[in-house]
Design a protein around this ligand. Structure first.
Ligand SMILES: [Zn+2]
Length: 321
């Protein structure tokens, strides 16, 4: 099997299959829940805009409750990755949401680690984990999430710590001391920033803050940086890798059409970057299709695509092979 791709930005919860969501909803006594999340044929997820997506995420995660739920979701994702030629993936899992629901992230992490071992043995796909905090929640939740992630550590497949959620409602700077600790522990820092074009200049400031105040090794999305040559130059000079997610940005309103995605601005500025799905099933995306569309609509050459994969392997928080 050809597993030559690396993916650094994909969320476990956003990769739950519609079938798994139906099973989990029944298991946890919420059989009506899938109707609120899925299209009428039950095959894809339904939402509108970034706000609608956050609502969908909130609803779907209410039936992800037991370590066994996460184990099953990780096996499902392993299969999706194998089908998509991904041999190495760093997968985000929201410890912030787990804590908010009163769940201990450590047994969940053990289940994920076990599932990753099964996926590696059966499919040859290496999965590593990036727990994250939710930026709009109170700081204490982020610290609890990090304490759990730090405790789990590389022994349970945790290779970094991230920050996700609603960028407009939570500046990264308030987590600066937390990320200093993450780095001191030898783990990677990946922060969602510059995702929402609607934030205007604040979106560019958000990217800058993530780099300068939180020491981000990688930026999730970074879309807003494309209109700021100085910021692009900073990303390139500091070798901060940008996890581009064009299909996701299209669906949540960051760009109007796929062809509007400013891929060439990143490439011309020499910013290390590669394509990602972000939320595979919720957005109904594959990495294969992302690269195909970037080739067809954004002028991504074969050699530039290969260079992206090399850059992604270099920016991984664990050894890719
Ligand atoms: Zn994301």
């Amino acid at each position: 099997m050809n597993l030559d791709r690396v993916e650094l930005h994909t969320h476990l919860e956003g990769s739950v299959t519609p079938g798994r969501l139906i099973l989990l909803s029944e298991k946890h006594g919420q059989p009506q829940l899938p109707a609120a999340c899925l299209s009428s044929d039950g095959k894809t997820f339904a939402f509108e805009g970034f706000g609608g997506f956050l609502d969908l995420y909130k609803t779907a995660t209410t039936v992800m409750r037991d370590p066994s739920d996460f184990h099953a979701m990780a096996l499902d994702l392993g299969q999706q990755l194998a089908d998509d030629r991904v041999g190495y993936a760093e997968v985000s899992v929201s410890y912030g949401v787990l804590l908010l629901r009163g769940l201990d992230p450590l047994p969940v992490q053990s289940a994920l680690h076990e599932a990753a071992a099964e996926v590696h043995e059966n499919l040859g796909v290496k999965m590593r984990w990036l727990p994250d905090a939710v930026r709009q929640m109170d700081k204490k939740w982020a610290w609890r999430a990090w304490e759990k992630a730090g405790t789990a550590g590389r022994g349970l497949g945790v290779v970094g710590f991230g920050l996700g959620g609603d960028e407009a409602a939570g500046p990264a700077r308030k987590f600066a001391s937390l990320f200093a600790e993450v780095k001191a522990e030898g783990l990677g820092v990946s922060i969602h920033a510059g995702e929402l074009a609607a934030m205007g200049p604040r979106a560019r400031a958000s990217v800058r803050e993530a780099i300068e105040e939180c020491g981000a090794d990688r930026i999730g999305h970074g879309l807003a940086a494309a209109t700021d040559p100085l910021l692009l130059a900073t990303l390139a000079a500091r070798n901060v890798f940008v996890e581009l997610c064009p299909g996701s940005n299209l669906l949540t309103g960051g760009v109007k059409t796929y062809a509007d995605f400013p891929l060439q601005a990143f490439l011309e500025a020499g910013v290390p970057c590669a394509l990602n799905t972000d939320d595979r099933t919720m957005f109904d995306l594959t990495l294969d299709r992302q690269y195909e569309q970037a080739h067809d609509l954004l002028g991504l050459t074969k050699s530039a695509a290969a260079a992206m994969q090399e850059a992604a392997a270099a920016a991984a928080f664990d050894k890719v092979v």
